[in-house]
Design a protein around this ligand. Structure first.
Ligand SMILES: [Zn+2]
Length: 398
């Protein structure tokens, strides 16, 4: 049954621009958009229709980088640090990422699911219809599997499409202290192949940094992913320049993420490979970073830019993707149009799903938001909060 959505303006985000249609109409059939254009050019009038009351329609938001599934949280450490306890003291007492690994390993699948749902709800209420979720706090086969199973189950529990990423090369588990190469061997020969075989992995990620894994170690993970037929992504250039983003580009990565310390040579490599630059202003803010990603180089070479929450317990406990839009504009000087492309078409590209998601075009999945706003820039203008909206997912209003 076809359905007509009308009395709206559309920022379709086609080609990563606003691509505005004033007084637009959208025809959906089942979960797909079958026609979109000016209402005056409607090719037919389906019997069923919805009046959107002059709203601005955008594609559903895509949060393409989250660590949404984890045990415990680090609000206690947050308070300790602000009361003058140093990060070194907290780490020596078993805090930091080690405490999240411990809490995640101890949590049951049901406990992980319940807490993940609590964090996913505010993102969804903010207009998110597609969510990427990474493993990487389990760091052993059973715990990584549990995290990815929970990520998959979110799709049954909530109105959201989930893409899973195996990030077993996130940090060195305590039992492998001083034996990083051995742990990478374990990831490549045991953890990744097993999880891929179980159908739990849509993409493979790693953390390339002095305090995590070297480019040579990351490359072994990428070679394993390649052998398994899985696309790769990389946490790169967050705290220093190791040219992980160029390495990612050499492997045709979907995205390289963070990137504050990348340089122009990395931008050239990424542009040639079509690797998306995923910027994460939440972590930049929480860590009080000062090094800005090289926006001019990214623009000059035409690298597609996405924005994500990086929702995680340590460096970005962000529950609003719209707040990230504002922070990307304010801190990184993105335009509101670039920021909106960053959570729609370019975020879809970063997940390898731009053929079906990320813009309002005939043939794509009918995930869209009808916002009660005066112009699209408002989406990046307000600092969080709950903007009035109607959410349409797979052609049905939620
Ligand atoms: Zn991350």
């Amino acid at each position: 049954m076809k359905h007509l959505w009308q009395h709206c303006h559309a920022a379709t985000m086609k080609a990563g621009r606003y691509s505005i249609i004033e007084d637009a109409a959208i025809i959906t059939e089942g979960e797909r958009i079958v026609w979109i254009g000016p209402r005056s050019e409607l090719p037919e009038r389906p019997l069923q229709s919805t009046d959107l009351g002059g709203a601005w329609v955008t594609p559903g938001f895509i949060d393409c980088h989250t660590h949404l599934v984890f045990g415990g949280d680090r609000s206690g450490e947050f308070e300790q640090r602000l009361n003058g306890v140093s990060y070194a003291e907290i780490a020596a007492a078993g805090g930091g990422i080690a405490s999240t690994v411990r809490a995640t390993r101890e949590a049951s699948e049901e406990e992980l699911l319940a807490s993940a749902i609590k964090r996913a709800r505010p993102l969804l209420a903010d207009g998110v219809t597609v969510l990427e979720v990474k493993s990487g706090y389990g760091l052993d086969l059973d715990s990584e599997r549990r995290m990815l199973r929970v990520a998959r189950r979110l799709e049954q529990e909530l109105p959201v499409t989930v893409r899973t990423t195996c990030l077993s090369a996130h940090a060195l588990p305590p039992e492998y202290a001083g034996r990083a190469d051995e742990y990478i061997e374990r990831v490549c020969h045991h953890i990744l192949p097993a999880l891929a075989e179980e159908g739990l992995v849509d993409a493979v990620d790693a953390f390339c940094e002095h305090l995590a894994f070297s480019p040579a170690q990351v490359e072994r993970v990428f070679q394993t992913a390649q052998r398994l037929g899985l696309p790769v992504k990389l946490h790169a250039e967050q705290l220093s320049s190791l040219h992980g983003s160029s390495l990612a580009a050499r492997y045709g990565a979907l995205s390289a993420d963070h990137l504050e310390f990348m340089d122009e040579s990395d931008a050239i490599a990424m542009a040639e490979a079509g690797t998306v630059a995923v910027l994460l202003p939440g972590a930049f803010f929480v860590l009080r970073e000062t090094q800005l990603p090289p926006m001019d180089a990214l623009r000059k070479h035409g690298v597609n830019i996405a924005i994500a929450s990086d929702l995680n317990p340590g460096t970005s406990p962000a529950l609003s993707l719209r707040l990230m839009l504002n922070m990307a504009c304010t801190a990184f000087r993105l335009t509101p149009e670039e920021a909106l492309a960053g959570v729609t078409l370019n975020a879809a590209r970063a997940l390898g799903m731009a053929d079906s998601h990320g813009s309002l075009e005939a043939g794509k999945v009918a995930d869209f938001i009808a916002w009660d706003i005066q112009r699209p820039a408002e989406l990046a203008y307000w600092l969080g909060g709950d903007l009035p909206k109607r959410i349409i997912r797979h052609g049905e209003e939620l």
